[in-house]
Design a protein around this ligand. Structure first.
Ligand code: ADP
Ligand code: MG
Length: 289
């Protein structure tokens, strides 16, 4: 099972275009499942189209950085890959899937796509999973607490109960879709800082987090405090080391990606690491009110 998951600082697998298997018809980007050729042979990968359209091109680096940081907190995230859609676009078959893939090939011609290793057998977490903890395995509960802490750190609001971006695999959780992590980081103000620095929307936004009902009960407070200590102990050098594995091509390359995003993300990570105990206090206060 280990090889299917990302480990911190491992970087992304370079993938070549392969065979489309089916459209997943879920999420905003409606990813497509492909069999792709990587270093360990062909395997099923989820390919997300239109990566460049998201957050002025910054979404792709946010997705990679956030998943990398997740793995640092022992949150399971699928192995990551990067694919460049061929130019000129390939021909596709005249089937429903072929027509859909053909559209993607034409629209994303020559563009990069984020890919994640398909987690076979995983199912999306259902709303209300944490309402009755007697049916939730202990390992899964611990994963939920770690995921919540991660999302506080990264100001990641895209794990609402109605759209959890969290899969259940046996007794574990697998976190996916971090394209909206670091909320506001790409919106630069007149003074050169980003909205990330001064927005405080955590409480209400994280109150609708799919794991909030579990955290709100307080039964896992000791684990949450332990994770807070763990986050505080992650040094700048470790974060720099991770960031050095985020592909240069995702930071400021044409046609539309803003430059300096890697530094902005590192600054955001350090600032919220240092502020984590107080961020957590205010989110907890909001959960219990
Ligand atoms: N690695 C994966 N393994 C299994 N299913 C996945 C994986 N990645 C995505 N999916 C499925 O595809 C859906 C959409 O993917 P997601 O990354 O959330 O894209 P979007 O940004 O469009 O919301 C998910 O809700 C999940 O059901
Ligand atoms: Mg999603």
């Amino acid at each position: 099972m280990n090889t299917l998951f990302h480990t911190p600082g491992r970087g992304l697998v370079r993938l070549e275009i392969g065979t489309p298997l089916r459209s997943l018809d879920q999420g905003r980007s409606k990813p497509i499942l492909f069999e792709l050729d990587g270093p360990d042979g062909p395997a099923p990968w989820v390919v997300k189209p239109r990566c460049l359209d998201r957050r002025g091109g910054a979404g792709l680096l946010c997705e990679v950085a956030a998943a990398d940081v997740a793995s640092l907190l022992a949150v399971l995230v699928p192995e990551m890959g990067l694919l460049s859609f061929p130019s000129p676009p390939l021909d596709t078959e005249v089937t429903e899937l072929g027509v859909r893939v053909g559209e993607v090939y034409r629209r994303d011609e020559g563009h990069l796509a984020f890919c994640s290793r398909y987690t076979q057998g995983a199912v999306p977490v259902v709303e209300g999973l944490f309402d009755d903890l007697r049916s939730v395995p202990a390992a899964m509960q611990a994963d939920a607490v770690r995921t919540f802490a991660l999302d506080v750190w990264l100001r990641h609001y895209d794990r609402a109960a109605s759209n959890p971006n969290l899969l259940a695999l046996e007794d574990r959780l697998v976190a996916i879709d971090h394209g909206l992590a670091f909320y506001g980081v790409e919106q630069i103000r007149d003074d050169g800082l980003s909205r990330f620095e001064d927005v405080d929307t955590d409480g209400p936004k994280l109150a609708s987090h799919v794991c909030a009902p579990l955290v709100a009960r307080g039964r896992h407070d000791a684990l949450l405090d332990e994770i807070a200590v763990q986050i505080g102990a992650i040094g700048d050098a470790r974060l720099d080391q991770l960031a050095s594995t985020w592909p240069d091509t995702l930071d400021g390359s044409p046609p539309a990606r803003p430059s300096g995003m890697r530094s902005s993300l590192l600054r955001a990570l350090r600032a919220r690491r240092d502020a984590f105990p107080s961020l957590l206090r205010s989110v907890r206060a909001c959960l219990s009110s």
